[in-house]
Ligand binder design. Structure first.
Ligand SMILES: N[C@@H](CCC(=O)N[C@@H](CS)C(=O)NCC(=O)O)C(=O)O
Length: 232
């Protein structure tokens, strides 16, 4: 765990449209006051020595909170849930096995879905331009399998945990939105599609998205917005 420079308050180091959105949604849903700082990918800021002091892996998000810096979305979400239990970012864990199941759910997003998102959204970064299409198509086939798992689960209720919204829904939403925008055919998963559109009606989600849009506009104005080419 690193230490933040300012010490007090909450600062989310982020880039628009990235998985940092999941943390932003959780912070907004918890009703926390926080600032955001852009990490300019096109300028390589995420790999700079300054940023690596926050996150040695050179990735967003990094969350500075009361003098410490947290990284990894799963760790950030579980920290926020433990620190602000009244926000109910995750369902109440009735025992160790419940807690492990909630972690497993978040890890499903982080360790299984997120790498597939990257291969669908940024295949040329992963495999080079010459291999991009084949990598993207293989990733789409993987996503089909896992989206079907989510689709089946959503038969029991609108949210991952049935009637209770949780930070897991924020994570699933980002995954869905990212691949939807990359041309992946989401219409085959009508419950997931409805889940995404329901997410977008939540005021907290709208605030998180508005923050991203404002940051993206500022980055565009200064010529440092990241807009990868679409493949396939
Ligand atoms: N396991 C990390 C993944 C973070 C991650 O991959 N972030 C991406 C944006 S979605 C990033 O910063 N990519 C820049 C890079 O890897 O160079 C987490 O869940 O926080």
């Amino acid at each position: 765990m690193g230490r933040s420079e300012s010490g007090a308050g909450i600062v989310l180091h982020m880039a628009p449209f990235t998985c940092a959105r999941v943390t932003a949604i959780a912070l907004e849903e918890a009703g926390l006051t926080f600032d955001t700082r852009p990490v300019r990918f096109v300028r390589g800021e995420h790999k700079s020595p300054e940023y690596r002091r926050l996150n040695p892996l050179g990735k967003v998000p990094a969350l500075a909170i009361d003098g410490v810096v947290l990284t990894e979305t799963v760790a950030i979400l579980t920290y926020l849930n433990d620190r602000f239990p009244e926000a109910h970012l995750l369902p109440e864990a009735l025992g160790l096995s419940d807690r492990a199941r909630h972690l497993a759910d978040l890890c499903f997003c982080s360790a299984t879905l997120h790498p597939i998102v990257t291969r669908i959204r940024l295949p040329a970064f992963v495999a080079g331009v010459e291999n991009a299409l084949i990598v993207k198509q293989a990733a789409e086939r993987s996503m089909d399998e896992y989206f079907q798992v989510v689709e089946d689960r959503l038969a029991a209720g609108s949210w991952w945990y049935g009637t209770q919204w949780s930070a897991m829904d924020g994570y699933l939403y980002w995954v869905f939105w990212r691949v939807e925008g990359a041309g992946y055919d989401v219409t085959r998963f009508p419950r997931l599609l409805a889940h995404a559109r329901a997410m977008e009606t939540r005021p907290a989600v709208q605030r998180a998205l508005a923050r991203e849009d404002a940051m993206q506009a500022a980055l565009e104005a200064e010529g440092s917005a990241f807009t990868p080419a679409r493949i396939g």
